[in-house]
Write a protein that binds this ligand. Structure first.
Ligand code: ACO
Length: 429
């Protein structure tokens, strides 16, 4: 294979290096393109643009492969705990027993949020979307914490900020829910696991103590793991973009949460459930919904299908589909939305429109049904995604800060507006 790309432009020949990743991915390095040729590249939606080198997550979209730091998502989903995966993503290796114990202790010690923030939850309008509340409060938590950059002992402060965010995001999510239903907050308990603590804060009350079902605790652990990272997706790129200006970790994560909120990204899990409920409640058939999704005059899309990178079955959706059957079999419960989802998937996988465009179920297709089985309300589904994705965002923020090649992210553009024209006085306009 050649290790250079040759380019001819304006009667001159240029050569650019080809880079190779550890999984043999090849890239045409255009770092010197403008300097050598005067040209910039244009790539709407970054379909062909690598924004960075990264050693965190490997995705092979053609073959449905996902690995965190070299470990297969299937192994991690089955064998790891979410705090273990968080550590792996952020620090690069699986934690030792001692490291994990310390991490768990720190998660326990940093679960509370400042009491002054509690009025925030109670005074938000009842219609406020939980993602808006989450992003605002994550940013506000930073205001109660010494600024990362102001401290000399960077590594220690980073560890504390990281563990604080991973722990507090559960508390914020659960308090948001409690405030929305007008119930008193339930505080984190030291002896509980990460997932059990969250479920307890969500569903326990003085009137009705709640004992998290171990099956649901395991399901939540798996859901958070499959969401934990996905290389340079929209929200992670946002975290890197904001962080590249040396904005704080809190501000960068807040921006990532906002990016995740959109229905083309993390917001798709809420949209999937809404579509399934719509089919169940409106009498629309699965086929009618599919025709609507295929109609080019209709903006409706079948949420939970399609992916920028996966052109085969999303491996995360495979893990969740298996998990869902395990949960429903063991619980001896039945959710009619599961039948609708199964029919939708079966029909889509046989439909020419979906086959030609390689549209398969993505991670969001089944996650909503699982969260529903736990009792998580539909408008909280994207918040659950954010809890899972947080370690990935932090890992990318750290990787960018530790990389001596990092620069402030500042894309170019092709200007298409007016050329210079004379000023026009207001009365003549
Ligand atoms: N329903 C119907 N048609 C679709 C869908 C869908 N879910 N997804 C893509 N298509 C069609 C497009 O209309 C387009 O058709 P065309 O070639 O005839 O114009 C073609 O498939 C390619 O789609 P693009 O939008 O160009 O693909 P892109 O890579 O830009 O978008 C995306 C990927 C945003 C995920 C898209 O598939 C989508 O909107 N899916 C639904 C939303 C969703 O589930 N998002 C979650 C993704 S996973 C995540 O972010 C965690």
């Amino acid at each position: 294979m050649e290790d250079k790309v040759k380019l001819s432009f304006d009667g001159k020949d240029f050569e650019f290096p080809v880079l190779k990743g550890s999984e043999n991915e090849k890239a045409f390095d255009v770092s010197e393109l403008r300097k050598k040729t005067g040209l910039v590249t244009l790539d709407y939606g970054y379909l062909n643009t690598g924004s960075t080198k990264s050693a965190i997550t490997f995705v092979d979209g053609e073959n449905g492969i996902l690995r965190y730091r070299g470990y297969a998502i299937e192994d991690l989903a089955e064998k790891a705990t979410f705090p273990e995966v968080a550590w792996l993503l952020i620090y690069g290796e699986l934690p030792t027993e001692a490291q994990l114990m310390r991490f768990r202790t720190m998660l326990t010690e940093n679960a509370l949020i400042h009491e002054n923030l509690l009025h925030f939850f109670r005074e938000m309008p009842p219609s406020a979307h939980p993602m808006g509340i989450l992003s605002s409060i994550v940013n506000a938590v930073g205001l109660f914490t010494p600024r990362f950059y102001d401290d000399d002992n960077k590594a220690d402060v980073f560890d504390l900020t990281t563990v604080g965010l991973i722990s507090k995001i559960r508390t914020i999510a659960a308090f948001t829910y409690k405030a929305s239903i007008g119930e008193p907050f339930v505080y984190p308990e030291a002896e509980r696991s990460y997932c059990s603590n969250f479920l307890n804060m969500m569903f326990s009350s003085k009137a009705k103590p709640y004992n998290p079902d171990p099956i649901m605790e395991k399901a939540l652990n798996t859901l958070l793991i499959v969401h934990a990272d996905h290389e340079q997706n929209c929200s992670t790129s946002t975290v890197r973009m904001v962080g590249s200006s040396q904005a704080s970790l809190y501000a960068s994560i807040c921006a990532g949460i906002c990016a995740l909120w959109g229905p083309l990204h993390g917001g798709a899990n809420q949209a999937v459930l809404e579509t399934l409920l719509r089919i169940q409640q409106s009498g629309m058939t699965v086929q009618q919904v599919m025709e609507k999704a295929k109609d080019k005059n209709d903006p409706f899309r079948l949420s939970g299908f399609g992916h920028r990178v996966y052109k085969s079955y999303d491996p995360r959706a495979k893990v969740l589909k298996k998990l869902m059957h395990q949960v429903f079999e063991r619980e001896h419960e039945h959710d009619p939305l599961l039948d609708i989802a199964t029919e939708l998937e079966e029909r889509a996988l046989k439909d020419d429109y979906f086959i030609e465009r390689k549209l398969y179920p993505n991670v969001d297709f089944y996650s909503g049904i699982l969260y529903r089985a736990m009792g998580i309300p539909t408008n909280m589904l994207t918040v659950m995604f954010a809890i899972g994705r947080l370690p990935g965002w932090i890992a990318h923020w750290k990787e960018m800060h530790d990389d001596p090649c990092s620069k402030i992210n500042r894309p170019r553009q092709i200007y298409t507006g007016e050329v210079l024209r004379p000023w026009v006085d207001r009365k003549d306009r």
